[in-house]
Structure formats: C-alpha cells, structure tokens
Design a protein. Structure first.
Length: 456
C-alpha cells in the first residue's frame, strides 16, 4: 500500500523525468552543434596539441630568464702521477745555521714532500647562475613557437568548421531518412485502403481476385522499402551521435521546419556573399612566415653568442668548512662560428626553397578554395531549382492520385491507373523530401566554403 509520502516521491520523480524529457527534446540544431564542439574527441585531440604549442611558447620565453642550479662534487684518490718538492733540502741547511746562531732548537729539520695530483677527500659545492646575453637563436626560436601556436589555433578552427558542416549534414540526413519512413507509412496506408476497397468489390461481385493479389504484392513491396528506410534512420542516428560523442541510442530532436529553413537559405545565399578569408589560407600564410623566420635564423648563423655565469660556492679537503672555503667565480663565454665546411650556406639555400614551396602552396590552395566556393554556390542554386521542380511534380501527382482514386471508386479509372498514381505520389514525395534536404546540405557546404558560420 502506498503512503502519501511514497505518492509524493513518485510524483516528484515523474516531474523530474518530464522536465528532463522536455529539456532533451527542446534541443535545436545549434544546441547540437555546440554540444559537438564541446565533446567531439578529434577536436579534443587538436585542442591538446594547441595546449602543447602554448607550453612550448612559454618554454621559449623562459629561455631568456636566468637559470640557477646547484652543482656539487666530491673526489678523493691516491697514487698515479706525483711531483717532488725538495723543501727539506732547501730549508734544512738554513734551519741548522739558525739553530747554531741562536744556540737553540727552534728550527726543526723537515722532510722533502712528494705531492700526488689526486685530491684527497675534496669537495666542491657551488650555486651557478647563468644567463644568455647575446643569442639570436633564442629570439628566433620564440618567434617560431609563436607561429607554431598560431598554426595550431587555425587547425582547431578549421576542424571546428568542418565539424559544424558534418553535424548539419548528418542531422539533415537523419531527418531525411525519418521523413522517408513517414512517406512509406503513408504509402502503406494507401495500399491497405486499396486492398480493402478491392476486397469489398470482390465480395460484392464487382472486383477481381487478381486485384486483391496485386494489392497484397504492393503492400509487401512497401514493407521492404519501409524496412530499408528504417535501417537508414538507424545508421543516420548512429553517425550523428558519434559526431557528438554521445551514446548511440541517444534520442535526436526532429522538431525542425525544413521548409522554413530552405526559404531562409534562399534569402541568405541568393545574394553575392563575400567570403571571409578562410583559416586554411591564414594557416598557410603563417607557414610562409614560419619558414621565413627559420631562414632568417639560419642567415644569422655568424652572429656571436655570449653568455655569462656567476658561481658562489665552497671547496676544501677533508670535508672541512670555514671562511677560507668560500669562493665566487664570474665568467663570460663567447661562441662564434668561423668555418663549418659551407654547411650553413647550404642550409640557407634549403630554407629559401622551403619558403618558396610554402608560397606556391598558399597560392595553389587559394585558387582551389576560390573554385570550390563557386562550385558550392552553383550546387546550392542547382539544388534549389531541383527542389522547386520536385514541388511542382508532387503537387501534380497529388492531384492526379486524388482524381484517379476517385475515378477508380466510381468505376471510371482502371486498377492499374490507381496503382500508377499511388506509386507516382510516393516517388514524388520522396523526391521532394530528398531535394529539400539536398538544398540544406548544399547550403551547409557553401557555409563551410565561405567560412560564414560564427564560431563565437
């Protein structure tokens, strides 16, 4: 038995489900596009590469700052080469004379020294601070990393635009397949009605058994076509959800007015649209600039590199530490190439060829994009003309089917004419549906070619 509290909880759960369902089905195509941009895995990979490029730029900036490190070593040894110091032979006669003069033993005799080269229990610990003072490679490297980051940014934007086009196309294909399913259902209803009429005529002695069999054959044919349409709906749904990185069975909101969308397309794209400069061209221009930077860096190979360092540390034997162990050391290091077998000259020539190749590639791609944009515009115009023609065919076939159906019931038209009229109506419905979404798909492609979609 349900208590009032249980009923309240059930009512609350039902409201939650209803609100969730309304929120789900309230999603529009723009919502799906944003969801796809946020969750698409390929786009996430490209974003990771962009983040890596940003970190590489930070690393290049950090190379201009001083670097500080702790360096320490400990050494001890014995044997090997040594040097003899005859301090006893040199000082003992002097000490003996002094002892005689002073009639004392204040100056003892000392032995000669045999000193090894290896230090014993010697340590050296220092903090080294180093900094580049003159280094053109670091300047060019920073500029190269900035251009690499810009290339990755354009790569992300290019894929976003391609993803938007693919999501729109997949959505239109899903709606096309879904509406085709409804068209076959309408065709099935007409075929079932035809069978019912022929069975009634046969019962009343005015029909033929062949007409009933022909109607049953028509029904089975439509069933097969409807099954194929159902499979197309499933496949379109799978691909659409894949683009959005969603569960394959996630529902898709089909509340979309394709007729209004086509009218909006016509009003938008019949005018001469001026295409934005596409990110692909900006990307290729950045590639030209990057190769130019590399060329400039290689041409500056002769520039000297100067760096400085400061060491603050302590060193002593037998692990002792006192004020005498402390030391500092300041130094400069100069590196300037003089001759390297003409390798630098050859590298410069290679970089010049890279710059020229990048310029030619940009020019070629610019021509290709201009041509593809014109193709896309022509495709929209052609698709719309086909759509208008399909509308007229559908209207004519609908009127024809109504007349034939009425005439058949009145005994004026033949059964074959009624079948032909129904087939024509189904065919023109499918053709109108296909051409309607062809216009929208062509518009999505033109939008991609002109980079017209706002990604902000």
């Amino acid at each position: 038995m349900r208590t009032p509290l249980t009923k309240s909880l059930l009512s609350l759960q039902l409201l939650v489900v209803l609100f969730a369902t309304q929120s789900l089905y309230a999603q529009s195509l723009e919502d799906y596009i944003r969801q796809g941009i946020d969750s698409n895995q390929v786009l996430q990979q490209k974003t990771v590469m962009l983040n890596k490029a940003m970190l590489a730029l930070k690393i290049a900036n950090g190379m201009f700052a001083p670097s500080v490190g702790l360096i320490g070593n400990y050494t001890t040894g014995d044997g090997g080469r040594s040097i003899a110091l005859p301090v006893g032979d040199l000082l003992n006669p002097v000490y003996a004379t002094l002892n005689q003069l002073t009639t004392s033993d204040q100056f003892p005799q000392i032995e000669n020294v045999n000193q090894n080269f290896f230090p014993k229990n010697f340590y050296d610990v220092r903090v080294r601070t180093s900094m580049p003072l003159i280094n053109t490679d670091l300047v060019y490297n920073k500029k190269i990393q900035q251009q690499q980051k810009l290339l990755q940014e354009y790569e992300v934007v290019v894929y976003k635009r391609e993803l938007v086009k693919n999501i729109k196309t997949a959505y239109y294909n899903y709606l096309n397949a879904l509406e085709a399913q409804g068209i076959y259902q309408s065709a099935m209803n007409r075929a079932l009605e035809s069978k019912r009429v022929n069975e009634s005529l046969l019962t009343n002695g005015k029909g033929l058994p062949a007409y009933v069999l022909r109607a049953e054959s028509e029904i089975e044919s439509i069933k097969a076509q409807a099954t194929e349409a159902e499979q197309q709906v499933k496949n379109a749904k799978l691909y659409f959800n894949f683009l959005l990185n969603r569960d394959s069975d996630a529902p898709i909101n089909a509340d979309f007015n394709a007729v209004d969308a086509v009218n909006e397309v016509v009003s938008t794209f019949q005018s001469e649209n001026i295409a934005r400069e596409r990110e692909e061209l900006l990307q290729l221009q950045s590639a030209v600039e990057l190769n130019t930077t590399v060329l400039n860096m290689k041409q500056a190979f002769w520039m000297p590199k100067l760096s400085g360092f400061v060491d603050l540390g302590a060193q002593a034997e037998n692990l002792k530490y006192n004020n005498d162990a402390n030391y500092y050391l300041i130094g400069l290091q100069l590196d300037m190439p003089l001759f390297a077998g003409f390798t630098n000259r050859h590298r410069i020539q290679q970089s010049k060829l890279d710059v020229r190749n990048a310029e030619l590639n940009r020019s070629l791609v610019a021509s290709q994009l201009k041509m593809s944009t014109q193709f896309a515009r022509n495709t929209v115009s052609s698709a719309y003309q086909n759509y208008v023609s399909a509308q007229k065919q559908y209207e004519a076939s609908l009127s024809y089917q109504k007349l034939i159906d009425k005439g058949y019931k009145e005994g004026v038209s033949t059964f074959i004419e009624s079948i032909d009229a129904r087939n024509q109506l189904t065919t023109t419905q499918l053709l109108l549906n296909i051409n309607r979404y062809k216009v929208l798909i062509a518009a999505a492609n033109l939008e991609r070619e002109t980079a017209a979609y706002s990604l902000k």
